[in-house]
Design a protein around this ligand. Structure first.
Ligand SMILES: NC[C@H]1CCC[C@@H](CNc2ccc(C(N)=O)cn2)C1
Length: 245
């Protein structure tokens, strides 16, 4: 999958080519990253990318022309890719959104700075507006990297053997199950016996039950969106009764 990012701070994206799942995916061609700096598209002697807001007020606004030109260049280089602007005003993303994004041919991500971008860009050049949560950051670069990470790890081949045994948090709509490794006992705290049993069927059921139970306890809103089959309903009931015993 091709990612094109429009940013005044391309250096920030070096972190993705460091180590881990995303770096390996970029290195192996599972994903590719191209960076576009609006300053390279800024005209005139001073090559301005921002200016004062009409109507007054603090801060600066990113100018229309350099961003529109950078977006046009990215569109030409990435056929079929849609343009998504990262902002607190956007649609709040969740795991299902990332799953949907993973089937696109590519994405052009616009990372804003300052007080914002000229609003006319949203009407003329931008296809989607996304938020990674209800908080304000100093730039759209980290949200762009968050989206890239969440999407790239879903691409075929990106997660090798690391794919978690009981699926990830928020995969299949549930929170993650607990994880343990050696030693078997620390300060009197033991690993659940089932995980030492070698009974893979029982282990898989225990993990599913833990994911269901934790979601029931911590995120009933997520559970409300799910339809559990009879087996899952029984697992959850047993979890709840064991807690009340
Ligand atoms: N008016 C502030 C706004 C102006 C334009 C640039 C953005 C960059 N910062 C961001 C971007 C996205 C998110 C998010 N939640 O996805 C948070 N922060 C900030």
């Amino acid at each position: 999958m091709r990612f094109d990012v429009i940013t005044l701070f391309p250096e920030q994206f070096r972190i993705l080519s460091g180590e881990g799942v995303v770096a390996r995916a970029l290195g192996s061609g599972i994903a590719e990253l191209h960076l576009w700096n609006p300053r390279d598209f800024a005209l005139g002697a001073h090559r301005r990318v921002d200016d004062r807001p009409y109507g007054g007020g603090p801060g600066m606004v990113m100018l229309f022309e350099p961003l529109a030109a950078a977006i046009a260049a990215a569109r030409a280089a990435s056929p079929g890719a849609q343009v998504a602007y990262l902002s607190p005003q956007g649609r709040t993303l969740d795991q299902q959104a990332m799953i949907d994004f993973a089937s696109a041919p590519g994405w052009i991500l616009l990372a804003g700075r300052y007080e914002g971008i000229d609003e006319r860009l949203l009407a003329s050049c931008i296809d989607q507006e996304w938020s990674i949560g209800d908080y304000v950051l100093s730039g759209g670069e980290l949200p762009a990297m968050v989206v890239m990470d969440a999407v790239i790890r879903l691409l075929p081949g990106a997660l090798g053997h690391e794919r978690s045994a009981c699926e990830d948090s928020h995969m299949n709509g549930l929170l993650d199950c607990p994880h343990f490794s050696r030693p078997e006992q620390i300060d009197g705290l033991r690993v659940p016996e089932v995980l030492l049993s070698g009974d893979h069927g029982a282990i898989a059921r225990w993990r599913r039950q833990q994911a269901l139970g934790r979601t029931w306890l911590r995120r009933p809103d997520l559970l409300a969106k799910m339809t559990l089959d009879n087996d899952e309903q029984q697992l959850l009931q047993d979890f709840i009764q064991a807690r009340q015993a």
